[in-house]
Design a protein around this ligand. Sequence first.
Ligand SMILES: [Mg+2]
Length: 262
Amino acid sequence: MRNILARANREVLEQFAWSRVLLAFDYDGTLAPIVSDPDRALMRATTRRLLRELAKLYPCIAISGRAQRDALRLLRGVGMREIVGNHGMEPWHASDGLAQLVAGWVPLLQERLAGLPGVKVEDKGFSVAVHYRRSRAKKVARSAILEAAGALGDARIIGGKLVVNILPQGAPHKGIALLRERQRLECDTALFVGDDETDEDVFSIHQPGRLLSIRVGRRTSSAADYYITSQRDIDELLRALLVLRQAADLLEPPWGRQRHAT
Ligand SMILES: [Mg+2]
């Protein structure tokens, strides 16, 4: 894994910035710092301002594990071309069948986890997140959640930062969503930044020269090729992308005129 902000890797960033590139970002832990109350996970004012500028120069999207309407609320006014929710399922793959499957899980999980203080079952319509950030016995909570999730059947279980994500087995994931959006928005390349387990579905797509994957936080077991050291560094990455395209805009833009976000 290499630091994308290191001088030695500037050329890689440059090549992507000057191509017809789609910029895609996870939300929690990537654009916004992780906080104990997910409802208050807001971007820093600097991040929001940079992102808004960036969205005028590049097609930008978010791919979040949050329900789409929830992510829309947090990213309103930024100029994103699409907000993909539920780890890649919304809006394109959000079917009644998946919703029904998940609706059946929620009461079962609530019943099985009722006795665990600090554990919260979040129904996101097309997937479930069981949070245990507020639990005092985190190990106990985690194993109970994994056991309850394992008993559901037809579920894909993905760990995360003090959360267990439960998704319909075989449902489209973040990687599929990114490839679809890249094609739909007529881009040749994509840059994706994420920080957690479900982002590995993107990181593990190996398309050198066409996909640049960046993890927030260095971790050798990750499939991402590049990293930024911490969430704070997202601002520096956004700034670098902005500067690169502003510089190129003085010349004939190689990516052609892109429709600006609304
Ligand atoms: Mg995240």
